[in-house]
Design a protein around this ligand. Structure first.
Ligand SMILES: Nc1ncnc2c1ncn2[C@@H]1O[C@H](COP(=O)(O)OP(=O)(O)O)[C@@H](O)[C@H]1O
Ligand SMILES: [Mg+2]
Length: 341
């Protein structure tokens, strides 16, 4: 319910709800303003803008923003992803098909294979690739011109990008979790598109449990709508939203079963930590990457979990949320630890 990753069945809904222009894109004021300048500047000079990197947790609007960049430029967008670019040849084919001014979107760019990444350096810098023909001592490399284009890369793990790749982006937008009032705005927009009778208090209730993530807000809205239509008269009031979210096991802080399982294991099995993420993942029967990328960013942001050099630690707030008394050594809310990637 609360995973920030899109379910395959959600894809159609997502494209209906995706903002199409920068003016429709809610929140992220900093990234939006910076991007506006980058795009406007380039358009005035009549050149494709610098390459753009968008980084941040899933569901915050990276893919939407990439499409918006192309729309604002009036350019075509070609979409691929890091894992799809396993061989440099796959990338060479994409690059050589680009038309001047195109936007090339590479999702999950941190997962690109090394040979493709190296080809990308030259392409980004000089709009050129060297295609190697043949093998062994007889191999020759043929330089190939490519049309000036703008690369837009998206990543949930910017720490995993190599320095040389990161350096070749002219602009990096760091996407932040959304404030509740911004999520209410996202919800109002979605409700209008979907024809849901969403009351302000209903929006407030859903926004507060959406983990700062528009994708989750939209998903909760669809589930609450089902409940409102089946068990009530269709109107999404605060009471209807509350009752619906109770059915789906979403608590008042937006934590779901897995988040609570993680906190509970951390507190009850490991005395509040520190404990390594893999150990914690085993304790809840999940993959470490799921715990790390799906649960943790929000638990950290909500001030319940701290990532320390020695492992994960439950804060006093986490103990309290589970109805337990925190031990004296539990870090307080808002404790700042050195960030670890
Ligand atoms: N700023 C925003 N304003 C309105 N809706 C948004 C915004 N950001 C994301 N969304 C909604 O959330 C969904 C997921 O966004 P997406 O761009 O796919 O996120 P990401 O690529 O970062 O995982 C989109 O379909 C869209 O409906
Ligand atoms: Mg995406």
């Amino acid at each position: 319910m609360l995973s920030a990753l899109a379910e395959p069945t959600e894809r159609d809904d997502e494209s209906t709800l995706r903002p199409k222009r920068l003016s429709e894109f809610v929140g992220q004021p900093r990234v939006r303003e910076q991007l506006e300048l980058v795009l406007e500047g380039a358009q005035r000079r009549g050149q494709p803008p610098d390459h753009v990197l968008l980084s941040g947790p899933p569901g915050l609007g990276k893919t939407s923003l990439s499409m918006i960049i192309a729309a604002e430029l009036g350019s075509a967008i070609r979409i691929t992803s890091g894992p799809a670019l396993e061989r440099a040849g796959d990338l060479a084919a994409m690059l050589s098909n680009l038309v001047e001014g195109d936007v090339l979107f590479i999702d999950e760019i941190h997962r690109i294979a090394r040979p493709a990444e190296e080809m990308l350096y030259l392409a980004m810098e000089d709009f050129r690739v060297d295609v190697v023909v043949g093998k062994g001592p007889g191999a020759t490399s043929i330089p190939l011109e490519i049309a000036p284009f703008t690369l837009v890369g998206a990543t949930t793990r910017s720490g995993q990008l190599t320095g040389p790749l990161r350096d070749r982006f002219g602009f990096t937008g760091h996407m932040e979790f959304y404030e509740p009032h911004e999520l209410e705005q996202v919800l109002r927009r979605s409700a209008t598109i979907l024809g849901v009778d969403l009351r302000p208090e209903g929006a407030e209730e859903i926004a507060g449990r959406s983990r700062g993530t528009p994708r989750i807000a939209n998903r909760l809205l669809r589930r609450v709508r089902d409940f409102a239509e089946v068990r009530a008269d269709g109107e999404v009031t605060r009471e209807v939203a509350r009752a619906a979210l109770k059915v789906y096991d979403v608590d008042d802080l937006g934590l779901d079963r897995l988040d609570r399982a993680v906190l509970s294991a951390l507190v009850r099995s490991f005395g509040g930590g520190p404990v390594g993420v893999s150990t914690l993942a085993v304790a809840v029967g999940e993959e470490p990457t799921t715990v790390e990328e799906v649960c943790e960013p929000y638990l950290v942001r909500a001030g319940m979990l701290a990532r320390t050099p020695r492992g994960r630690v439950a804060t006093a707030l986490a103990w309290a949320h589970l109805g337990l008394t925190p031990p004296p050594q539990a870090p307080g809310e808002g404790t700042r630890w050195p960030p670890v990637e």
